[in-house]
Each structure stands twice: as structure tokens, then as C-alpha cells.
Design a protein around this ligand. Structure first.
Ligand code: ADP
Length: 274
């Protein structure tokens, strides 16, 4: 199967509701195993090396990649893979946890806007404004009349970003409840992984179905042509990383970044043939 067909299968059509219950988190989209995934990673990394340079040279537009997913779905692992493939000057990650008191004194998009990538850069959001219609909704942290309008507010916010030169792409890492249990257990057991463990994550597991419904609502309400969602099966780490790298590469390719002209003001003879 050609590569582009794999990635295309993960993209949720604008306005369409994904059926997470019917989407297999163990799917590898045709990747036969770790070796093939490693080839994809190598190929994408090479392309990303070039594409990020073109983005930085153009210095006009930026890209925002939003990563969402349940605890232990691999947001950190994907972030590590992307950071490893790109220049840390160009790809910058921001993580969003429980809002601080000052953040809570502003509207929910305030802290998000402060971390948006500048021109010529890629921003990677490890959690995002979507938490404000996920955990906030499921845990009932604000009343429905507050979270319900946020879908529209988010869609308009992202629409403006797209119009003003920030390409937005959103990825949900789709892990199964069983695989999550395995990973949380491992975190609790392994002293080197324990820093990531929180007993609160177990509590959130009890509301799995409510979270899946909240994800489906968010994806349906905010998926647009300009700011699409991808649902990436995340039970197999190697497939997950390869697929997200491929999505990022594809989105950057789609920006049609021009090759920069030679710099102006060079003394004659500095470049051959001048
Ligand atoms: P992670 O779990 O991503 O590795 P943390 O341990 O810092 O990182 O946890 C972040 C926590 O913050 C998550 O439980 C997440 O649901 C929560 N969170 C993020 N944004 C919000 C928000 N707007 N309101 C309430 N909780 C939030």
C-alpha cells in the first residue's frame, strides 16, 4: 500500500464524528513491523531536516501540532521522537497541565495564545486548549454553559490562526483501555518511570467512556479543512511514532515552502559565478 494511503486513513473528515470504539488502537495501517517503521522514521526525518530549514528561511508562516490523548497514550514519547528528528531551535514544545491561579484569571485560550509558535517555527502542544472540553467537561470543573460554547470558540480561534499564517493540525493518540492499564502498572512498578505516575490517572480510567464521548464531540465540532484531526492508533509505540512523523512531514510538504533566494548584498566573487 502506498504510504500516503496510510496517513490519509487517519485523517478525520471535516465535521465528521470518529467512532473511537470501532477504531482499533492496535492497527498499524499496513506497517509490517519495527523495521519498516524505522525506515519510515528515517525517511521522514531526512525530509523534515529540509522542510524545517525552508520554513525557517521563509520566516513567514508557522505550524502548530496539537497532541492529545489519554494518560500514557504516548504524548511524551511522540514529543521525544519529533524533538529528536528536528532542530530544537525550530520545533518547540509547550505542555499544558492544570491551570495555575493566574491562568484561571484569564479566558482558557489566554495561556494557549502565549505559547503559539512564532514565524518560521513549529509548535508542539503536549495537551492543549482541548483539555478545556475534555477533563474540564468530564470532571464537571465548569458548568455546561461554560464548556459547551468552547467548541465554537476553539474553532474560531483555530480559523483565525489558519488565516494569519499558522497551519494547525491536531492528533489524537488513540490507546486502548487495556494497554493503558499495562503502561500505568509499569509506571507504578518501575522506579525510573514512577515520576510519571499519578493515582489520579487511575481515577480517570473509570470515566473512560465519558472521555471517549468527549473526544468524539471535540473532534466532530472542531475538525475543519484548515485544522484537521488525525486519530492515530497508539497501542504500538513504533507505529504511532512513525505515523505522527509522517503526518508532520506531509503537513509541512503541503505548505509548499519555497526555496530561499541567495542572500542579498554579497560581495562579488563570494559565491561562485558571481
Ligand atoms: P501529563 O499527564 O500530560 O504527563 P501532568 O502530570 O502535568 O502531565 O498532568 C497534566 C494534567 O493536567 C492532566 O491530568 C490534565 O488533564 C490536566 N489539565 C490540563 N489542562 C487542564 C485544564 N485546562 N483544566 C484542568 N486540568 C487540566
Amino acid at each position: 500500500m502506498p504510504r500516503h494511503a496510510l496517513r490519509d486513513g487517519l485523517r478525520v473528515e471535516a465535521g465528521k464524528r470518529p467512532h473511537l470504539g470501532r477504531t482499533d488502537p492496535r492497527d498499524t495501517l499496513g506497517l509490517s513491523g519495527k523495521d519498516e517503521a524505522a525506515d519510515v522514521v528515517a525517511r521522514c526525518s531526512e525530509r523534515l531536516e529540509a522542510l524545517q530549514s525552508l520554513l525557517a528561511s521563509e520566516d513567514r508562516r508557522s505550524l502548530l501540532l496539537v497532541l492529545q490523548g489519554m494518560d500514557a497514550s504516548g504524548k511524551d514519547g511522540v514529543a521525544r521522537a519529533l524533538c529528536g528528528a528536528m532542530n530544537p531551535m525550530i520545533l518547540r514544545m509547550a505542555a499544558f497541565g492544570v491551570p495555575t491561579k493566574p491562568e484561571l484569571r484569564h479566558d482558557f485560550l489566554w495561556r494557549i495564545a502565549r505559547e503559539l509558535p512564532e514565524r518560521g517555527r513549529v509548535g508542539l502542544f503536549n495537551r492543549s486548549h482541548y483539555e478545556d472540553v475534555l477533563v474540564v467537561r468530564v470532571d464537571g470543573l465548569v458548568p455546561e454553559e461554560t464548556w459547551r460554547p468552547r467548541y465554537g470558540q476553539i474553532a474560531r480561534f483555530e480559523e483565525r490562526l489558519a488565516e494569519t499564517g499558522t497551519t494547525v493540525v491536531k492528533v489524537m493518540l488513540h490507546i486502548s483501555r487495556d494497554e493503558q492499564l499495562e503502561r500505568l502498572r509499569e509506571r507504578a512498578q518501575d522506579p525510573l518511570k514512577r515520576w510519571k505516575f499519578s493515582a489520579d490517572d487511575l481515577r480517570k480510567r473509570d470515566r473512560w467512556d465519558a472521555y471517549m464521548a468527549a473526544y468524539e464531540d471535540a473532534i466532530e465540532a472542531t475538525g475543519t479543512e484548515d485544522a484537521p484531526w488525525y486519530v492515530v492508533p497508539a497501542d504500538r509505540k513504533w507505529a504511532r511514532n512513525a505515523l505522527v512523523l509522517e503526518i508532520l512531514t506531509h503537513v509541512l510538504e503541503g505548505m509548499d515552502l519555497p526555496e530561499p533566494p541567495p542572500p542579498e548584498g554579497l560581495p562579488p566573487g563570494f559565491l561562485p559565478g558571481t
